[in-house]
Design a protein around this ligand. Sequence first.
Ligand code: TPP
Ligand code: MG
Length: 319
Amino acid sequence: MRLSNEQMIKMYTTMTKIRQFETQLQEFFAAGRIPGFVHLYIGEEAVASGACATLRDTDYITSTHRGHGHLIAKGGDLKRMMAEIFGKRTGYCKGKGGSMHIADVELGILGANGIVGGGGPIANGAALAAKYRKQDSVVVCFFGDGASNQGTTQEALNLASAWRLPVIFVNENNGYGISCPTCKSMAVADIADRAAAYDIPGVVVDGNDVMAVFEAVEEAVKRARGGQGPSLIECKTYRWRGHFEGDACVYREDCELEDWIKKDPIPRFEKKLLAEGILTSEKVAAIKAAVADELAAAIAFAESSPLPDPAEITEDVYA
Ligand SMILES: Cc1ncc(C[n+]2csc(CCOP(=O)(O)OP(=O)(O)O)c2C)c(N)n1
Ligand SMILES: [Mg+2]
C-alpha cells in the first residue's frame, strides 16, 4: 500500500515524540529526578514508529524493558507515562510499577516487560484469544537480540507457527544484550534466519529506515490478518545510550556510536519528506514545537501529581 502524506507525517511525528520524551528522561535521570532503572530507546525510533503505523486501534503490542518508544507509538498517554516514571499516583500503575510495567489494555498495549523474552508467550495468548473470538486483530511482539536467545521466544515462535497465530515478531537487533555483543551470544549473523526452523517468513530490514520497517511489517500484518500465521522481522538498529542510564558503555568503542549517529533515523526521514515536498522546514519546526508542548504538559502533570499514599501499598498486588 502506498502511504499517504498524512501517514508519513504521523510516523515522523511519532519518532520526534519518542526522541524528545527519551532525551528529557535522560536529563531527568542525570539530575537524579527519576527513581529506579531507565532503559532508553534513542536511536531505535524507526522500529516502533514504522511497526505501529501498520496497526489498527484494535490490534495489540507486547513490549520490553526498553518500551517507551513502543508505548508512545501505539498511542500511550505521555502524561500517564511520565507520571508513572516519576512514581506518581496518576501514573499508569499508580506510581507503583515504573517504566518497565506500563500497560494500557484499552489501547492494545499489553505491557512493557522486565522479563527478557516475556513478550512472546503473551503475544501468542492475545493472538489465540483473537482467533478464538473470530476477531481479525493481530499482535506485534517487540523483542531484542538478547531476547531472541531465550527459550520463551523460540517456544513462542514455534507455537505461533504450529497454530498459525496472527503474531508479527519484530526483533530489534541493536547489537547488544547488556554489554554482550550479538557476535558473542549467537552463531548466526541474522536472527531472521531462525524463521526457517519454524517454516515462517523471516526478513531482515534496515531498522533505521522507517519506511522499510513499515513495508515489511505491513506485509506480515496482511498475512497474519489473512489467517496465514506469524512472521519474523529483524530490524538492524543501534541504541545510542547505554543498556541503562548510568551504564558507562566501556564495552563498546566510541567510533561505533559515531557511525550509527550518522545513520540517525529521524533526520534521514526528515530529509526524504522535505525532498519530496511532503514537509516544509516550517512544518518541521511546527511539529517539533507541538511535540515539545505536549511533553511540557506531561512533565507539568507528573510534577504536580501526588505520590502514592503509603496506605495503598498492599493494593493492586497479586502476591
Ligand atoms: C529472564 C531475564 N533474564 C535476564 C534479565 C536481565 N536482563 C535485562 S535486559 C537484558 C538484555 C536484553 O537484551 P536485548 O533483548 O537485546 O534487549 P536490549 O536491552 O538490547 O533492548 C538482560 C539479560 C532479565 N531482565 N530477564
Ligand atoms: Mg539488544
